[in-house]
Design a binder for this molecule. Structure first.
Ligand SMILES: [Zn+2]
Length: 152
């Protein structure tokens, strides 16, 4: 029996979730299933160029777990490329990174209210109303990638 998987944190969903070789009918096509956390591992380590320690920290998993996730991802992608299979991205035990949105000026508490609840009036920690919006990772500008934000 496989061990239960711990939840992995991701920044967002992949831009596309299906890749297939050209000119092969779907009925003849074998699929490789990549999980969303495997794609996130590829994104962080191979695309963003993070060290595995940093990438593991970002996904809130151990370095060892990250190593297993990315090794599995590499195997699957290699299999798809070398043997001409389709890649489907689905599944995986993931949670979305919550962007910090507010900061309390009096106690320095930082938090992100659940979506749809609107702006908070007071700090959930100390009750102060001296709040400020806080910069979050999704709004940071990346060089050369303007206009390519996947999740506003
Ligand atoms: Zn406070």
């Amino acid at each position: 029996m496989p061990r239960p998987k711990c939840q992995r944190q991701i920044a967002g969903l992949p831009a596309s979730t299906y890749f297939k070789p050209r000119g092969i009918p779907m009925s003849d096509l074998e699929e490789v299933i990549l999980t969303i956390d495997e794609v996130e591992a590829i994104r962080l380590a191979d695309h963003e160029g993070l060290y595995q320690e940093q990438a593991a920290e970002f996904m809130k998993i151990s370095r060892q777990t990250f190593g297993r996730v990315i090794a599995s991802a590499h195997r699957k992608i290699a299999d798809a490329l070398v043997t001409g299979k389709a890649l489907r991205i689905e599944g995986g035990v993931v949670s979305f990174a919550q962007a910090t949105k507010y900061r309390c000026a009096s106690c320095d508490e930082k938090w992100s209210p659940p979506s749809g609840t609107g702006a908070p009036a007071i700090c959930p920690s100390c009750g102060s109303s001296a709040l400020g919006a806080h910069a979050d990772i999704h709004h940071r500008h990346r060089k050369g990638r303007a206009g390519k934000n996947s999740r506003g």
